[in-house]
Design a protein around this ligand. Structure first.
Ligand code: FDA
Length: 569
C-alpha cells in the first residue's frame, strides 16, 4: 500500500526500531513506517545459524564502521560492527541475553533521569521476553543450564533460551569447582538476569530453541506482524536527514530518503520521527539535520537549527581481548561459560586500587573535557565518574566479563573490563549522508581502563592455575609467558593488550538521556532537547555502560519508549 503521510516514521529497522514500530502499530488508527537502509536477512544462514557467530562480518549486512586511528589504543583504527538489514545488529550479534546489575540502571536515575531505575525497567525486560523453559531436563544435567523463573517474561515476542550448541557435559561443574577454588572464590549465580550479575553463570541467548535458529528483532517483532495494514517497511532506503516545518521552531515533518534506485525523495510524518539507527548513526542524522554543535555543523556548511553541542559526545565502548590455552581433551560444542567478578574478587588490593582511582577522577574528567574541547564539562564528567566509582567500589558491580569458549583442543577466552572511563565521540565528517563518520571511542585514554583490562588477564591466568582446570589445560598459547611474563605489571601487559584488542561492539550514550545542562541529548521521554517531535530510542540514549550485553537493555528501553509515546497520544 502507498500512503503519502505516516503518523510515525521509525528511522532504522533494527533492534530498537522494530520494537517501537510493532508496539505503535498495535493501535489500529496509527500508521507507522519503518525505513531501513539494508534489505531482508530472513533466509540468510549467516544470521540463522546459531553456531555461525562472525560469519556475517564483512558481508553486505555489516556496516563495519571504521574508527579514527586510536591514539591511546595501539595507533590503528578499529572496526565497529553493526547490522545492516531488517533486524539491525540483532542479526549479527552473539545472541547473549544478559541484562545489567540493578544498581547500574538505578544510576540512570541518579544522573538525573527521574523514573528510570531498575524497578521501572525490569517489567520492560520481561515484557519483551518470551522465555523458553527448557523442556528436556535430562540435557540440563551437566550442562550448567539453570534459571530463576521469577526473572523472566513468558509472553513477549522475543524468544530467549538455550540452544543445543550450548551444552557440554560436565565442563560446567569443573569450571564451577575451579572458581570455588580460586584465592577469592567466585560464587555460582544461577541466573544473572534478575539484577544481580556477580558470579559464575551460563546465560541464555536469543535463540529459537525448538528450531535451533537465531532469534532476532525482525523474527520477533516484525515477520509475525507483517500483515498489519498500518505497519509499513521500506527496505534498502537510506534516511539522509530530517525535514523541518517552516518557521523558527524545530518541528520535524518528515525525512529525506535515498531510495534503492538512487533517487531522493521526502516522506512526511504527521506526528513524530523516531530515530533508531544505532548509536553510531542516530547522532549523525541529528547533525545532518542541523541539531548539534554549531562548530561541527558549520565546518560542513550545515545551518544550525538547534544548538545542542553534546550530540555525538559521551561515546562509551569496551575493549575485548583474549587469552588461549591448550586443552588436553577435545571439545566440539560451544558452551558459553561466563564469570562476572566484582572488584574485590578480581583485585586482591581493591581498596588501594579504589583510593588511587578516586584520586585520579578529577584529572580523568579534565582529560575527557579537554579532549572534546570542553563540550562536556569537567565538573559534570567528574560527577558521572564518581557515580561510576560508587558502582564499582560500593555497589560491587561486575568489573569484567570473563568468557570461556573451548573448541577443539583449545580453551579460548574472551574478556573485557565492563565499565571503561574513557569517553569518546562520533560526528559527521561531511554534509554527505553517505560519507564515513568520524568515530573516536578513545580506547585506553585513561590509565584505569588498561589497569582493569590487564587485571582481567591476570585473573584468567589464575583460573588456569587453579584445579581442576590447571590439570585439564596445557600451556598458554596466547599471549604466552614468553610474550607476557608471569607476574607482569600493567606496563608488561600493555603492548599485548593494545595491539590485540578489538571493539567489544557495545557503543552507547551518543545521544544520552540526561538533563540538558549536564550534557544530555534526550529527556526522560527520549525527546531530543529543543525539538518538539523527534525521539531517539536506540542504544544512543543509555547514559552509562551496563555489565550485561546490550541487546536486552536496548529491547527493554524500546519497549518502554513505545509505552511513553502511546501514553502521550
Ligand atoms: P541496530 O544496529 O540494531 O539498529 C539500527 C538500524 O538502523 C540498522 O538496521 C541499520 O541498518 C539502520 N540504519 C542505520 N542508518 C540508517 C539510515 N541512515 N537510514 C535507514 N536505516 C539506517 N548484544 C547482546 O546483548 N548480546 C550479544 O551477544 C551481542 N553481541 C554483539 C556482537 C556484535 C558483532 C555486535 C556488532 C553487537 C553485539 N551486541 C550484543 C550489541 C547489540 O546487538 C546492539 O547493541 C544492539 O543490537 C543495538 O541495537 P540498536 O537498536 O541500537 O541498533
Amino acid at each position: 500500500t502507498s500512503v503519502s503521510t505516516y503518523d510515525y516514521i521509525v528511522v532504522g529497522g533494527g533492534t530498537s526500531g522494530l520494537v517501537v514500530a510493532n508496539r505503535l502499530s498495535e493501535l489500529e488508527n496509527i500508521n507507522v513506517l519503518v525505513i531501513e537502509a539494508g534489505g531482508s536477512a530472513y533466509d540468510n544462514v549467516n544470521v540463522t545459524d546459531t553456531g555461525g557467530y562472525g560469519n556475517a562480518f564483512g558481508t553486505e549486512i555489516d556496516w563495519a564502521y571504521k574508527t579514527k586511528d586510536q591514539e591511546y589504543g595501539g595507533g590503528a583504527p578499529q572496526t565497529v560492527r553493526a547490522g545492516k538489514a531488517l533486524g539491525g545488529t540483532s542479526l549479527i550479534n552473539g545472541m547473549v541475553y544478559t541484562r545489567a546489575q540493578k544498581s547500574q540502571i538505578d544510576a540512570w536515575e541518579t544522573v538525573g533521569n527521574k523514573g528510570w531505575n531498575w524497578e521501572t525497567l525490569f517489567p520492560y525486560y520481561k515484557k519483551g521476553e518470551g522465555f523458553q523453559v527448557p523442556d528436556d531436563y535430562s540435557w540440563l544435567e551437566g550442562s550448567g543450564v539453570a534459571y530463576d523463573p521469577a526473572d523472566h517474561g513468558y509472553k513477549g515476542p522475543l524468544k530467549v533460551g538455550w540452544s543445543s550448541n550450548q551444552l557440554n557435559d560436565g565442563l560446567a561443574q569443573k569450571l564451577n569447582t575451579t572458581y570455588q577454588n580460586m584465592d577469592v572464590p567466585i560464587p555460582y549465580n544461577k541466573d544473572a538476569n534478575g539484577g544481580q550479575m556477580v558470579g559464575y553463570t551460563l546465560y541464555p541467548k536469543t535463540v529459537d530453541s525448538k528450531l535451533n535458529i537465531r532469534e532476532d528483532a525482525a523474527r520477533a517483532y516484525y515477520y509475525p506482524y507483517q500483515s498489519r495494514s498500518n505497519l509499513h517497511v521500506w527496505l534498502n532506503t537510506n534516511v539522509n536527514k530530517l525535514t523541518w516545518k517552516s518557521g523558527d521552531d524545530a518541528i520535524a515533518d518528515g525525512v529525506e530518503v535515498t531510495l534503492a534506485n538512487g533517487t531522493t525523495s521526502i516522506v512526511k510524518a504527521s506526528r513524530e520521527i523516531i530515530l533508531a539507527a544505532g548509536s553510531l548513526k542516530s547522532p549523525l542524522l541529528l547533525e545532518l539535520s542541523g541539531v548539534g554543535n554549531p562548530d561541527v555543523l558549520s565546518k560542513y556548511g550545515i545551518k544550525t537549527k538547534v544548538n545542542l553541542p553534546t550530540v555525538g559526545e559521551n561515546l562509551q565502548d569496551q575493549m575485548n581481548n583474549g587469552l588461549a590455552f591448550d586443552s588436553k581433551t577435545k571439545y566440539s560444542k560451544v558452551p558459553d561459560y561466563v564469570a562476572y567478578p566484582s572488584v574485590g574478587q578480581m583485585f586482591s588490593n581493591a581498596t588501594a586500587v579504589g583510593k588511587q582511582l578516586l584520586a585520579n577522577l578529577p584529572k580523568y574528567a579534565a582529560q575527557v573535557a579537554s579532549a572534546n574541547g570542553n563540550v562536556t564539562k569537567s565538573k559534570d564528567i567528574e560527577r558521572f565518574f564518581k557515580i561510576q566509582w560508587d558502582l564499582i567500589f560500593k555497589s560491587h558491580i561486575p568489573v569484567a566479563e570473563i568468557l570461556l569458549e573451548p573448541s577443539g583442543y583449545t580453551y579460548d577466552t574472551e574478556y573485557w573490563a565492563t565499565v571503561p572511563f574513557a569517553r569518546g565521540n562520533v560526528h559527521i565528517s561531511s554534509a554527505d549522508p553517505t560519507a564515513a563518520a568520524s568515530i573516536d571511542p578513545k580506547y585506553f585514554m585513561l590509565d584505569f581502563d588498561l589497569q582493569a583490562q590487564a587485571q582481567a588477564a591476570r585473573f584468567i591466568r589464575q583460573i588456569f592455575q587453579t584445579e581442576p582446570f590447571a590439570s585439564m589445560a596445557g600451556s598458554e598459547t596466547s599471549p604466552g609467558l614468553s610474550s607476557v611474563a608471569a607476574g607482569a605489571d600493567d606496563q608488561g601487559w600493555s603492548s599485548f593488550i593494545k595491539n590485540n584488542y578489538r571493539s567489544n561492539f557495545h557503543p552507547i550514550s551518543t545521544a544520552a538521556m540526561m538533563p540538558k545542562e549536564v550534557g544530555g541529548v534526550v529527556d526522560t521521554s527520549l525527546k531530543v532537547y529543543g525539538v518538539s517531535n523527534v525521539r531517539v530510542v536506540d542504544a544512543s540514549v543509555m547514559p552509562f555502560q551496563v555489565c550485561g550485553h546490550l541487546q536486552s537493555t536496548v529491547y527493554a528501553v524500546a519497549e518502554r519508549a513505545a509505552d511513553i509515546i502511546k501514553n502521550e497520544n
